[in-house]
Design a protein around this ligand. Structure first.
Ligand code: AMP
Ligand code: MG
Length: 412
């Protein structure tokens, strides 16, 4: 029962996300947040036609006769307001960003001129009206909606917000996220090394996946496989907007997570998803909390977070872009699959002239965390596939850490 296809599971989860609240932030603290209001231009920018170059503001009709000697009637710097009108046979010296004076309709660069005397210059090049000018309102006109709610605030967006003098504005609140590991075999970071125990990798790996979205989660610690202890921890976890529990969601006799969260009032939506790795993924909700019961295997639980928790958190952050960017690549080697589940193969990406090449990061056992540590992306193989031949085209979802490469992108 309650066995879901990957896309159906994703849909059920996203439908459970409620509209996030909003709060005010200052521009300096807004990077990475998501706008919760439309932002309008409060002025024309530039406010008038300005020069795009250092040179001479001319009448294009005069420049049409180049080479031509013109009288220099003014010297206009950025921030000046021109006082004189350029008449036939005249021009004004002008700096980048300075307003083009009345009468002039084109700018000639210094490089295309030759000074004859203190107040005359020879223009060596013809120019069309508007040449080397930035027209009034090129960026924005008063009242234009320049940014819409749901926009993620990147450095470029910060620049636009500063340009409309938005010193403070509404963004969506960040959800509060709690993370709980479960299992008698687990050893906490601050415990002495016991060769018979398993270090708790999940608390930290999941924490980092959440931090990468700009959310600071709370680590609840490790609950033993004991109904009473688990209940105490889960109760605390249900005070958050999102609770991530790893381990104990499977069908073992000591896998108490599902019965315990149900006892605490969580409505289970599903507890199996047709994916590999990550099959025993459980999801349930209360009026306040989304609860994810993640598989204990570190790779499985990280893949489940990438595919199901990250999109939910992105939506909770108000972001309309919820899913990891995908690229097409060619797989460098053959891969065999048992059909029936969507597969997520951890791959390293390289390039050749034709584009990306994807190679599996060693053994794909869901217990081998190094396969994830080395991965640039997850190669997504549809549930009905029985295998891929070397050279076949595949879809790869990029993971954090793939925004940079070793080579420059310049082609000169
Ligand atoms: P479970 O889902 O509880 O059956 O656990 C599956 C496997 O994942 C077992 O081998 C566990 O030891 C391992 N595991 C569970 N939780 C963690 C954790 N927090 N860190 C590392 N490995 C874990
Ligand atoms: Mg366990």
């Amino acid at each position: 029962m309650k066995h879901q296809q990957a896309s159906e599971a994703q849909r059920v989860i996203l439908e459970s996300v409620r509209t996030p609240g909003t709060e005010q932030v200052k521009l300096e603290q807004a990077l990475g947040r998501v706008l919760a209001e439309d932002i309008c231009a409060n002025r024309d920018l530039p406010p008038y036609d300005v020069s795009a170059m250092d040179g001479f503001a001319v009448r294009s009709a005069d420049a049409a006769n180049a080479p031509v000697v013109l009288e220099i009637i003014d010297d206009i710097k950025a921030g000046d307001m021109p006082r004189k009108t350029v008449a036939a046979g005249q021009c004004a010296r002008i700096m980048t960003g300075a307003p083009v004076p009345p009468g002039a309709d084109a700018v000639i660069r210094v490089e295309d001129s030759q000074e004859i005397s203190a107040n005359t210059v020879q223009i060596n090049k013809a120019a069309k009206p508007g040449n080397d000018m930035r027209l009034r309102g090129e960026n924005m006109f008063t009242g234009d909606v320049v940014l819409t709610a749901g926009t993620e605030i990147t450095p470029g967006v910060i620049g636009m917000l500063a340009a409309v003098k938005a010193a403070q504005f509404a963004v969506y609140c960040r959800p509060r996220v709690a993370i709980l590991s479960t299992g008698n075999e687990l050893e906490a970071m601050d415990e002495p090394v016991d060769p018979n125990k398993i270090p708790d990798a999940n608390s930290y790996a999941l924490m980092a996946q959440v931090q990468a979205l700009g959310i600071e989660p709370v680590l609840l610690g490790i609950a033993r496989d004991d109904r009473h202890e688990l209940e105490q921890y889960l109760k605390r976890g249900l005070e958050y907007d999102v609770l991530l529990v790893s381990g104990g969601t499977s069908v073992g006799v000591h896998d108490y997570v599902r019965p315990t969260i149900e006892k605490l009032g969580v409505t289970m939506k599903f507890w199996r998803v047709a994916i590999r790795p990550g099959h025993p993924l459980a999801f349930g909700t209360t009026s306040q909390t989304l609860v994810f019961g993640l598989p204990g295997n570190p790779v499985s639980s990280m893949v489940c977070v990438e595919e199901f928790v990250v999109p939910a958190l992105r939506r909770m952050l108000g972001n309309s872009r919820m899913f990891r960017r995908t690229v097409t690549a060619r797989v460098t080697h053959a891969v065999k699959f048992r059909p029936g589940r969507t597969e997520f193969i951890r791959v390293r990406l390289t390039r050749d002239e034709s584009g990306f090449l994807a190679s599996a990061t060693g053994t794909q056992s869901s217990g081998v965390l190094l396969s994830m540590a080395k991965a640039d992306g997850l190669m997504i193989v549809p549930a009905d596939s029985t295998g891929l031949a070397a050279g076949e085209q595949v879809i790869v979802q990029l993971l954090d850490g793939t925004m940079f490469q070793e080579e420059t992108g310049f082609r000169e």
